[in-house]
Design a protein around this ligand. Structure first.
Ligand code: SF4
Length: 361
C-alpha cells in the first residue's frame, strides 16, 4: 500500500475508500513505520509537533444504572472502585483552581450516570458559573445523555464543550450496552451542537469489534466533525463483563490511530484510556498520529504520571502545548524528516502550557 498517497488524500480533504481503510488496519507489522510516517504528515500539517495534555476530574463516581459492559461504574460491574455522588461544589471549583494554576486551558467535569437530573444540571451550571466568574478557563462536561434544554442550560452557564463518546459502531453497540442506543448517543451530540457546544466524541477499541466496526465508527465521527476525538483502548477491568478481552497489540493500536487521523485529519485526536496497557513501550509512537493524551489516570484507573508523559514528549522532540483553546494550527509545517522532526515549527503561534510540571504547577 502506498501510505503517502493516503496522506495526500487526507490532506486534500478526500475520504479514504473502504478498501483503503481496511488496508490500513491490516497493514503488515513491517510497514507500520511507513504508515505512521504518512499519518504524521497529516498530523503535522494541522498540529505541528504540539501535544495537549488533559486531566479528568471525576465529579461523581459509580452508582450508574446503565449496563455499559466496558465500564467499571456500570450496574453490571463488580469492580472495586470508589463510589460517590457529586462532590461538593467547593471541591470541584478547587480542582479547577489547581488546573488553572498548573496552566491548563481546559478543565473537564465528568459524572457517571445515564444523564443528569434537572437538579444535577442546576448544580453543574452553578459550579460552572462560579468557575467562569473566578478564572479564564475552558470547561468541558461529560454528564451523559442530554436533551437540548439541558444542553442549552449548560452552554448558557459557561460550558464550552460536551464529551459524549460514540464508543463503537451502530452495529456493535447492542453487544456492548442495552440500556441505551447508538441513536441516543447521536441525539445527545445533536442536542449539544444545537445548543452551541463544541463536541468531543470518540471510540473505544478492543471490545471484540471487527475492523469493519472500527471503520464504521471512525467514518461516523468524520461525518460529525467533532473538535476532539478521544480514542480509548479497552482496559479490561476485573469485575466488568469484558474483563477477559485482551485483543489489541501495540501495532494494531497504531494502525487504528493512523486510520483515525486519515479519516479525521484536522481533529484533535487524543489517545485516551488504555494507552499504557496496550501501547506499552510504543506509547510515544502513537503521538505521530495523535496530538493529545490524558495524564494522571482515568476515571477509575491509574495512568501515566504527568512528569513521565512530559519526558516522553520531550524525548520525541515534541512540545507540551495547547493552541488557542485547542484549535488546530492549519498548515503548521511540512518540512523535515517525519520520523525524527524535533524543533517546533516557525510560525506556529505561541501556545499556553497545559498542566506542565515546571510551568508554575
Ligand atoms: S459509561 Fe457512563 S453511562 Fe455507561 S455505565 Fe459507565 S458511567 Fe454509566
Amino acid at each position: 500500500m502506498d501510505y503517502a498517497r493516503l496522506a495526500d488524500k487526507a490532506l486534500a480533504g478526500e475520504c479514504l475508500s473502504r478498501d483503503e481503510s481496511r488496508a490500513v488496519l491490516t497493514s503488515p507489522d513491517d510497514e507500520v513505520l511507513d504508515l505512521l510516517a504518512a499519518a504524521y504528515r497529516v498530523r503535522r500539517h494541522y498540529w505541528g509537533n504540539q501535544v495537549q495534555l488533559h486531566v479528568l476530574q471525576n465529579a461523581k463516581s459509580g452508582l450508574c444504572p446503565e449496563d455499559c459492559n466496558y465500564c467499571s461504574q456500570s450496574s453490571v460491574s463488580d469492580a472495586e472502585i470508589d463510589k460517590y455522588p457529586y462532590l461538593e461544589k467547593e471541591q470541584i471549583v478547587e480542582a479547577a483552581r489547581r488546573a488553572k494554576i498548573a496552566g491548563a486551558v481546559r478543565y473537564c467535569i465528568v459524572a457517571s450516570g445515564r444523564g443528569p437530573t434537572n437538579n444535577e444540571v442546576d448544580f453543574v451550571s452553578d459550579v460552572v458559573r462560579s468557575i467562569k466568574d473566578e478564572m479564564d478557563i475552558e470547561l468541558c462536561a461529560c454528564v451523559g445523555i442530554l436533551d437540548e434544554a439541558k444542553a442549552g442550560q449548560l452552554a448558557e452557564a459557561g460550558v464550552d464543550r460536551l464529551n459524549h463518546n460514540l464508543n463503537t459502531s451502530e452495529r456493535y453497540t447492542p453487544e456492548i450496552v442495552t440500556s441505551h442506543t447508538y441513536e441516543d448517543r447521536l441525539g445527545t451530540l445533536r442536542a449539544a451542537r444545537s445548543a452551541g457546544l463544541e463536541l468531543c466524541t470518540g471510540a473505544i477499541f478492543g471490545m471484540g469489534e471487527t475492523d469493519e466496526d472500527v471503520i464504521d465508527v471512525l467514518s461516523d465521527l468524520r461525518e460529525l466533525a467533532p473538535d476532539s476525538i478521544p480514542i480509548n483502548f479497552l482496559i479490561p477491568i476485573q469485575g466488568t463483563p469484558l474483563e477477559e478481552i485482551h485483543e489489541l497489540t501495540p501495532n494494531h493500536c497504531l494502525r487504528q490511530l493512523a486510520l483515525a487521523r486519515f479519516l479525521n485529519p484536522s481533529a484533535e485526536i487524543r489517545i485516551a484510556g488504555g494507552r499504557e496497557v496496550h501501547l506499552r513501550s510504543m506509547q510515544a509512537m502513537g503521538l505521530y498520529a495523535a496530538n493529545s493524551i490524558f495524564v494522571d489516570g482515568y476515571l477509575t484507573e491509574p495512568g501515566q504520571k504527568t512528569a513521565d508523559a512530559q519526558e516522553m514528549i520531550a524525548d520525541l522532540g515534541f512540545e507540551v502545548v495547547a493552541g488557542e483553546a485547542g484549535a488546530p494550527v492549519e498548515n503548521a509545517g511540512e518540512a523535515g524528516n517525519p520520523m525524527t522532526a524535533g524543533a517546533p515549527e516557525q510560525g506556529i503561534r505561541q501556545p499556553e502550557v497545559v498542566g506542565a510540571p515546571g510551568s508554575g504547577a
